[in-house]
Design a protein around this ligand. Structure first.
Ligand code: BGC
Length: 429
C-alpha cells in the first residue's frame, strides 16, 4: 500500500516537471504569446495585443465615470495620464499664492474686485473639468452642483450674477477682497476642435473690449490657450497669465511675465505610455522599469507617479512651475534621466506600435508629448507609427487603423473620452 502511494507520487512529480520544462503554450505571465514564442505579430489576435490609452481616459464625458470595459479590454490594457485633481489643486493654489504675494499691485483699476477670465479647454474632458474646478475652488468662486463644484462655463459675468460661479472673498493681510470670474468659455472652434488656442486669442480680444482693466488675471486650462492670450494681450498689458502643461514656450515666457504653469510630468507619462507596451510585449511583470529597476537600470521613484490597479491606470504627479523654479523646466522635450537607459536589442527586440495623437494641432501633444515619445521609442526599441488626427472626428483616426495585424501593440488618444469602442471594435474584428 505504502509503496503504491510513493510510486503514484513519483509519477505525479514527473508529470509536473515535464510540464514545467516547457510543454505547450508556456507564455510567461503578462506576456503575449507572440513575445513568449518569439513569433511574429500575425500569431496574436489583434484583440489580445497590448493596448494603452493615454491622455484621454476612457470615461463618460458628462459624468466622468470610468469606462472599465475599455480599461479592461484585455489583460494587457492600461491607461497613462496624470493626477488631474492634484494638478488642478496646484494650479489654483499657484494663482492664489500669486495674488497674495502681489496684492499691492494686482487690482489694476483699484475697484476692490480682483477680476479674472478663464479659458476652458473641453467641457467633456476630465482634465479640463478638474482645472476649472481647481481655479474656482482656490479663488472661492466655486458653487456646488450635484455634490461637486460646477465646472460649467460662466459666459459673461459683468455684475457677478452668473449661476455657475459666485463672487468669492479672499482675506489678505487683514483685508477682504472680492474675486470675480468675469468671463469663461469653452475654446472650441467652428469645426469642433477643442482646447483651441486661436479661439482663446479671439476671446481675449472680446473680453478686453468689454472688461478692460477690470481683468487682473488670465487663467487657462492649458498653455496653448494661455500663450495665445498672453501673446495677443496680457504680455503688453502686464496681466499675469497662468496655464498648464509647462510647454517650453510657456516656461520661457515666465521670464517675460507669464505667471506660471503646471508640469504634468509629460516626461514620465510618455515613458509610461511606451513602457507598459514594452513590458507586455516582453512578457515580463508590468512593474519592470517602473517601480522595479529593469536590466538597463531604468526605474521611477514613487514621488513622480502612482499606479491605481483597480483603474488599470498610471498617473504622473504634477509640479508647479513659477518664477522661482522655471529654470529647471526650460526643455519640455528632454527625457527623464532615471529612465533614459537604452534597452538591449537582443533581449528586447524591435516591435511595431501604432500610436495616434488625437489632434496634430494640439500644442501640448505636438510640442511636448510627441517629441518625448519619439525619444523614448528609441530607448525602448519600439518602431512607432505616429498618426495625427484632426481633433474633431474619431473616424479621421480610426480610418487609419485599417490593418491592425501589421502592429504588435497600440497606443490610443481619443477625440472624445466616450469613444473607446470605436477603436476596440476594430481590434475585436
Ligand atoms: C493637456 C492639454 C491638451 C489636452 C488634450 C491635456 O492633458 O493638458 O494641453 O490640450 O490634454 O487632450
Amino acid at each position: 500500500m505504502k509503496k503504491k502511494v510513493v510510486s503514484l507520487m513519483l509519477v505525479a512529480l514527473l508529470a509536473l516537471s515535464l510540464a514545467a520544462c516547457g510543454g505547450s503554450g508556456s507564455s510567461s505571465e503578462g506576456g503575449t504569446d507572440a513575445a513568449a514564442e518569439g513569433g511574429s505579430s500575425a500569431e496574436v489576435a489583434n484583440k489580445d495585443k497590448p493596448l494603452v490609452w493615454y491622455n484621454r481616459q476612457p470615461s463618460n464625458s458628462s459624468t466622468g465615470e470610468l469606462d472599465m470595459t475599455a480599461l479592461n479590454f484585455n489583460k494587457d490594457t492600461y491607461y497613462v495620464g496624470f493626477d488631474a485633481n492634484q494638478g488642478a489643486e496646484l494650479q489654483g493654489t499657484m494663482i492664489k499664492d500669486y495674488i497674495e504675494a502681489n496684492i499691492d499691485t494686482i487690482d489694476r483699476n483699484g475697484d476692490g474686485v480682483i477680476g479674472y477670465v478663464l479659458a476652458i479647454g473641453d467641457i467633456g474632458h476630465n482634465d479640463s473639468i478638474a482645472r476649472t474646478r481647481g481655479v474656482r475652488k482656490a479663488l472661492d468662486t466655486a458653487v456646488e452642483k450635484d455634490g461637486d463644484i460646477d465646472s460649467t462655463p460662466a459666459g459673461t459675468n459683468t455684475d457677478g450674477s452668473a449661476t455657475a460661479v459666485k463672487d468669492g472673498t479672499l482675506e489678505i493681510g487683514g483685508k477682504t477682497y472680492t474675486v470675480r470670474e468675469l468671463a469663461s468659455q469653452e475654446m472650441k472652434n467652428s469645426a469642433g476642435a477643442t482646447w483651441d488656442a486661436a479661439t482663446a486669442g479671439n476671446a481675449i480680444s472680446t473680453w478686453e473690449a468689454s472688461f478692460g482693466d477690470q481683468i487682473d488675471i488670465v487663467a487657462s486650462n492649458n498653455d496653448g490657450m494661455g500663450m495665445s492670450m498672453f501673446n495677443k494681450w496680457s504680455k503688453d498689458n502686464k496681466v499675469p497669465t497662468f496655464g498648464y502643461d509647462a510647454n517650453s514656450d510657456a516656461v520661457a515666457a515666465i521670464a517675460e511675465g507669464y505667471g506660471g504653469t503646471i508640469s504634468q510630468h509629460a516626461d514620465v507619462q510618455a515613458y509610461l505610455t511606451l513602457r507598459v507596451l514594452r513590458n507586455a510585449l516582453d512578457g515580463v511583470d508590468i512593474d519592470t522599469g517602473i517601480g522595479t529597476a529593469d536590466d538597463a537600470g531604468n526605474v521611477l521613484s514613487d514621488d513622480v507617479y502612482v499606479y491605481n490597479a483597480d483603474q488599470r491606470s498610471y498617473y504622473a504627479l504634477n509640479v508647479a512651475v513659477t518664477a522661482d523654479n522655471y529654470q529647471d523646466f526650460t526643455d519640455a522635450t528632454k527625457i527623464y534621466d532615471p529612465v533614459s537607459n537604452q534597452l538591449d536589442e537582443s533581449a528586447h527586440p524591435t516591435k511595431k506600435v501604432w500610436l495616434d495623437i488625437y489632434n496634430a494641432a494640439d500644442n501640448f501633444l505636438s510640442a511636448t508629448y510627441q517629441p518625448l515619445l519619439q525619444n523614448y521609442d528609441d530607448v525602448l526599441n519600439l518602431d512607432v507609427e505616429y498618426i495625427g488626427g484632426d481633433g474633431q472626428t474619431e473616424s479621421n483616426i480610426t480610418n487609419r487603423l485599417g490593418n491592425p495585424s501589421q502592429y504588435d501593440a497600440f497606443a490610443i488618444n481619443m477625440v472624445k473620452t466616450d469613444n473607446a469602442a470605436s477603436y476596440t471594435s476594430i481590434l475585436s474584428q
